[in-house]
Design a protein around this ligand. Structure first.
Ligand code: SAM
Length: 276
């Protein structure tokens, strides 16, 4: 950890809270690389979730028009005041991002991107909130656990492919842009990490009812060992004949498992269920 941040944390009496996923980055090269991965440009407004000691906030502010950072832990206030002294385009809001009203935030930001080293214990809820509720988010460039990153970007029919892969695919394309070893963090976590870039693409899949698409995805992964027909029967109360009929009319083998369906297949199936 770089000495100035270390000193600030020490002098302000800050104690790391594992329960809040507090693993900080201080390596300047890595911080700048993440900002470059996100493609932050001088007219961009960036939302950062979990500012920590403000090292990434500072790196983003140097490239962006404005950073709006959220931090749940008020005890970081004196740390952030020091790290961000002289930075006049960063606004810090001490609030649980999960409880923040995205429409209020978007009224202030206009179009924005998210750049964050996410607290790992709430990675999926945080990303889901932005993808599902956000209307003006262009992209999310986020540091997550490496195995979670692999899940976000997995291809159908691989062990990493799951409900979250297909749900992200409804809103965005996902790509791992950087692998980061555990040694890059203070304190050092027990897992390696990766930076994933999610590029939001509205109407990515031809889905008429997004909520139904998600219900179908969750149904397909209800039990990974069961066939699709069985999982659909359980989730939608279909008879075997109904479930098999719907799947066959979509060109899907009723005996197949959920993980063999691509997001495009799930879209087809959801549309069929919505308008049989
Ligand atoms: N951005 C800093 C960095 O890269 O060094 C800190 C990243 S650390 C992995 C995650 C930060 O998110 C912590 O400072 C933690 O207190 C904060 N955090 C945890 N849960 C949060 C939530 N629900 N809303 C906002 N911030 C949260």
């Amino acid at each position: 950890m770089e000495n100035d941040v270390k000193t600030t944390l020490k002098e302000t009496g800050f104690g790391f809270k594992k329960s809040l996923g507090q693993n900080f980055i201080t390596d300047k090269n890595l911080l700048e690389a993440i900002v470059a991965d996100a493609g932050v440009a001088k007219d961009d407004v960036v939302v950062e979730i979990g500012c920590g000691a403000g090292t990434l906030t500072r790196a983003i502010a140097a490239r962006a028009k404005k950073v709006i950072g959220f931090e749940i832990d008020r005890s970081l206030k004196p740390v952030l005041e020091r790290t961000l002294s002289g930075v006049n385009n960063a606004e810090i809001i001490f609030k649980d991002f999960l409880k923040a009203d995205l429409s209020d935030i978007e009224a202030e930001t206009g179009e924005y991107s998210v750049v964050a080293n996410l607290p790992y214990y709430v990675t999926t809820p945080l990303i889901s909130k932005i993808l599902e509720e956000g209307k003006l988010c262009k992209s999310l460039t986020v540091m997550v656990q490496e195995e979670v990153a692999q899940r976000f970007c997995a291809a159908a029919n691989t062990p990493e492919y799951g409900a979250i892969t297909a749900i992200i695919a409804l809103y965005a394309s996902a790509k791992i842009v950087r692998f980061v070893p555990r040694e890059a963090f203070t304190p050092r976590p027990n897992v390696d990490s990766a930076v994933v870039r999610l590029t939001v693409e509205k109407s990515r899949l031809p889905v008429s009812d997004g909520a139904l698409y998600k219900k179908v995805v969750h149904a397909a992964f209800l039990s990974r060992r069961k066939t699709l027909a069985n999982n659909l029967m359980r989730a939608f109360g279909y008879s075997r004949a109904q479930a098999e009929g719907i799947l066959t009319s979509c060109g899907i083998d009723p005996m197949a498992r959920g993980e063999t369906l691509s997001p495009g297949d799930f879209a087809l199936l959801a549309n069929k269920i919505s308008k049989p």
